[in-house]
Design a protein around this ligand. Structure first.
Ligand code: SF4
Ligand code: SF4
Ligand code: FES
Length: 331
């Protein structure tokens, strides 16, 4: 099926959503997402940040769709034409979505563990307005401990449902979900029940904001002061492929490795995440690839790698030169 997104045509298999097609083209046309997560079934359709304008429904029926549609939930039709970044109305509507997401959100960034890797911060920066029109008091909740290692800070939750999908799909005994409706809706553990199973820590990685945080990492460091390193271990419960966030020799936290869309490449178990906090527990693969625009990339790993390659090349040339010089001497 042929679909055109922001003027770029691509062939995709039947059943592909507009979002997936846009991701196949590349980050420059891919809409932002706050609730969709490719490895979690039935995710998406809650936040509306991924809206796009369908200016031509298909070759068979070229009528434009009357309203912006959620690209994560809309499948492409043959001949469909979609506008994302080139459509002023979409950008304006997305600004409204961001304002809505921030309506009840606290101004916690300076003390929030998610700062520096928060999808809402990025979204607000790229698509948000500088002010809000909301004049009412923000809703407030007490913090809740979800088990030994995870803390829920409901004030920051944007109700994306990703953590509920993790609980449903990765764990065998779901004890948390969304209670109530509308303004009163909240993620709950059905009061003080706790999540105690091997994969529950993944709720931290899928949460796009700082609502679910790792208690073992709380307030230890700003994320941009740590160095992300890819490491593996021989784990029986998961793939053992993780990212270590280190300060000197100390492992401050362990997370899944995330791809360019901010999604975990593979989910990891709680033993890897919370119990293996020594460098000797891990086989280090090397520095993680972090996107240049991320605040975390101030560690300049790419630059260091480039420098290393340059030095190695120079060393090779020097060795060769010395070898030739020696041979010449011998002749
Ligand atoms: S969740 Fe994101 S936007 Fe909200 S306070 Fe934390 S860093 Fe800031
Ligand atoms: S706690 Fe996080 S992952 Fe769960 S619904 Fe709220 S924002 Fe989404
Ligand atoms: S990412 Fe599509 S609705 Fe949230």
């Amino acid at each position: 099926m042929k679909v055109t997104i922001d003027g770029i045509e691509i062939d995709v298999p039947k059943g592909t959503t507009i979002l997936q097609a846009a991701r196949m083209i590349g980050a420059e046309v891919a809409p932002p997402t706050m609730c969709y997560y490719s490895s979690l079934k039935t995710s998406g359709g809650y936040c509306r940040t991924c809206i796009v304008k369908v200016t031509q429904g298909s070759t068979a029926n070229p009528t434009p769709m009357p309203k912006p549609v959620a690209s994560c939930r809309t499948e492409v039709m043959d001949g469909m034409v979609v506008e994302n970044t080139i459509n002023k109305d979409v950008l304006e509507a997305r600004k409204g979505v961001v304002e809505f997401l921030l309506m009840n959100h606290p101004l916690d960034c300076p003390v929030c563990d998610q700062a520096g890797e928060c999808s809402l911060q990025d979204l607000g920066y790229e698509h948000g307005a500088a002010t809000t029109r909301y004049e009412f008091p923000r809703r407030e909740f007490e913090r809740i401990d979800i088990g030994k290692y995870v803390q829920l800070h409901m004030n920051r939750c944007i109700m994306c449902f990703r953590c509920v999908k993790v609980a449903e799909q990765l764990t065998d005994n779901r004890v948390h979900g969304v209670m109530h409706r509308g303004d009163a809706a909240e993620i709950s553990t059905y009061i003080e029940n706790v999540i105690e199973n091997d994969m529950s820590g993944n709720v931290i990685d899928v949460c796009p904001v700082g609502a679910l945080t790792d208690k073992t990492f709380r307030f230890k460091s700003r994320v941009w002061f740590t160095k992300p390193v890819d490491a593996t271990c021989d784990c029986k419960k998961c793939s053992g492929k993780v990212r270590l966030w280190m300060k000197g020799e100390e492992v401050l936290r362990v997370t899944a490795r995330k791809d360019q869309w901010g999604e975990a490449e593979e989910f990891i178990c709680n033993t890897c995440r919370f119990d293996r906090k020594k460098t000797s527990d891990w086989k280090i693969e090397g520095p993680s690839q972090i996107h240049r625009s991320s605040v975390i990339s101030q560690n300049h790993y790419n630059h260091l790698n480039e420098l290393k390659v340059k030095v190695m090349k120079q060393q090779k040339h020097l060795d060769l030169y010395l070898l030739i010089k020696d041979r010449n001497k011998l002749v």
